[in-house]
Design a protein around this ligand. Structure first.
Ligand code: GDD
Ligand code: MG
Length: 361
C-alpha cells in the first residue's frame, strides 16, 4: 500500500522551533514527529511513503535514508517548487501514487497530527462504504481552528466547512484520510486546498465518508498543543507500552527520558516531561510539563514548568521558567532569572528577567 504525508507548509505557528527545522522533524516524544506516522503506516502494511515537501527541503531530504532504514520502508520525496497547499501535492505525486497500486487506495496524512492511528479500521470502513474517500473525525472544544464536518448516522458527510467563524459542530477533520486514486483527478496541478475545494465537492456528491477516531488526538502544530499532545501521548504509552517510561524515586507520573541524558538523582522530574538525547538536568532542578530537545540543559535548582527547551539551549542555575515558554535552538538563560510565557528566538542570550507574558525575544 501507499501513503502520502503532507510535510510542507511553513510551520509558522510552531516558531521559534521551526526556524531551525521543518515542523515534521521536530522531535515529539523524543522522535521526529513524522516518524510516529511512518511507523504506524508501516505497521498496517504500507510499503511506499511519499513525503510531499515544500519549505526547508534540505533538512528533510537529509533524514530520508535514516527513516527508510529504521522503519524498513521506501520513501520518495515529492518536492514542490511553490507551495501547493494540502491538495496540489497529491496531484504532483500522481505518478508515484498510481504506479504499482493494484488496490487503487492510498492514505494521506497531515504531518502534525498525533493519535493511535486506526489505519486498519479505516481500511475496513472504507471498503464497506465503497465511495471515494474516508476521513477521520475527532471532537474538540474549539472547532474554529479546524475543518468542521457534518455527517449522517452512516458517516456520509453532508457538509465540510474549513475554519468556520460560527459554531456548527464540535466534530472536526482529524487530518487523516484514505482515498481511492480517482480522487487525484479531482485536483488541479496548482496550489489547491483539499479542505476548501475537493472535500465540499465530494461531500455534495456523496463520495466522502467519515469515521470517528477513538482515543486521543492532537494537532501539535503550535506550542500549547505540542505540550498538551506530549501529555496525551505519554498517557497512551502508559496504557500500551509502559516500559518505555522512566521510573525512579525522583520521577513523578509520565516521563520519557533518553538513555543518553544525564539526570541528577536529586532533580525531581514529572509529570509530563520528555528529555531528549544528551540532555543534562542538574541537582535539585524541578521539571514538569516540559519538553527538552537534544543536548539542552537545566541548571541546578531551577524550576521549569510548561516549557519547550530547544536543541542545545542552556538554562542557568536558580532560574524559574513557566507560562508556556518556548526557547528556540541554542538559547542561553543566565542564572537567577524569571521567564514567564515567552518565545525566545534561536541563538539569543537572555540576561534579565521577563515578567510579562507573550513577548518574543
Ligand atoms: N507539501 C505541502 N505543501 N504541505 C503543506 C502545505 C504545502 O503547501 N501547506 C500545508 N502543508 C501541510 C502541513 O505541514 C500540515 O502537515 C498539513 O499540510 C496541514 O496544514 P496545517 O497548516 O497544519 O493546517 P491546519 O492545522 O490549519 O488545518 C488542517 O488540519 C486540521 C487538523 O489538524 C486542515 O486539514 C483542517 O481541516 C484540519 O481540521
Ligand atoms: Mg495543523
Amino acid at each position: 500500500m501507499k501513503a502520502l504525508i503532507l510535510v510542507g507548509g511553513f510551520g509558522t505557528r510552531l516558531r521559534p522551533l521551526t526556524f531551525s527545522c521543518p515542523k515534521s522533524i521536530v522531535e515529539f516524544a523524543n522522535q521526529p514527529l513524522v516518524t510516529h506516522q511512518i511507523k504506524a503506516l508501516v505497521d498496517v502494511g504500507v510499503t511506499d511513503i511519499i513525503l510531499a515537501i515544500g519549505f526547508q527541503p534540505k533538512a528533510m531530504i537529509e533524514r530520508i535514508k535514516q527513516f527508510e532504514e529504521e522503519y524498513k520502508v521506501r520513501i520518495i520525496c515529492s518536492q514542490e517548487v511553490e507551495p501547493l497547499g494540502t491538495g496540489g501535492p497529491l496531484r504532483l505525486a500522481k505518478e508515484h501514487l498510481v504506479k504499482d497500486n493494484p488496490e487503487g487506495l492510498f492514505f494521506v496524512l497531515n504531518s502534525d497530527v498525533i493519535c493511535d492511528f486506526p489505519f486498519k479500521e479505516m481500511l475496513t470502513f472504507h471498503k464497506n462504504h465503497q465511495k471515494e474517500g474516508t476521513i477521520l473525525l475527532t471532537k474538540v472544544q474549539d472547532p474554529t481552528k479546524y475543518g468542521v464536518v457534518v455527517s449522517d448516522s452512516n458517516g456520509r458527510i453532508e457538509r465540510f466547512i474549513e475554519k468556520p467563524k460560527q459554531f456548527i459542530s464540535d466534530k472536526i477533520n482529524a487530518g487523516i484520510y484514505l482515498f481511492n486514486t480517482s480522487v487525484i483527478d479531482r485536483i488541479p496541478l496548482e496550489p489547491h486546498m483539499l479542505e476548501l475545494n475537493t472535500f465540499p465537492t465530494m461531500a455534495k456528491e456523496g463520495q466522502l465518508y467519515s469515521m470517528d477516531l477513538p482515543g486521543f488526538w492532537m494537532d501539535v502544530g503550535q506550542p500549547k498543543d505540542f505540550v498538551i499532545g506530549t501529555t496525551l501521548i505519554l498517557e497512551s504509552f502508559r496504557s500500551k507500552n509502559p516500559s518505555v517510561l522512566s521510573t525512579g524515586q525522583n520521577i513523578i507520573g509520565n516521563v520519557l527520558i533518553d538513555p543518553t541524558a544525564k539526570i541528577s538523582p536529586s532533580a525531581v522530574i514529572g509529570p509530563n516531561v520528555t528529555i531528549g538525547p544528551d540532555c543534562v538536568v542538574e541537582e535539585g532542578a524541578r521539571l514538569k510539563n516540559v519538553v527538552m530537545l537534544k543536548n539542552s540543559a537545566v541548571g541546578a535548582h531551577s524550576w521549569v514548568d510548561n516549557t519547550i527547551v530547544g536543541w542545545d539551549s542552556k538554562i542557568g542555575k536558580w532560574v524559574r521558567i513557566e507560562g508556556l515558554t518556548v526557547l528556540g535552538e541554542d538559547v542561553k538563560i543566565k542564572d537567577e532569572l524569571f521567564i514567564n510565557g515567552c518565545s525566545v528566538l534561536p541563538h539569543k542570550v537572555i540576561s534579565s528577567s521577563i515578567n510579562e507574558k507573550g513577548q518574543i525575544l
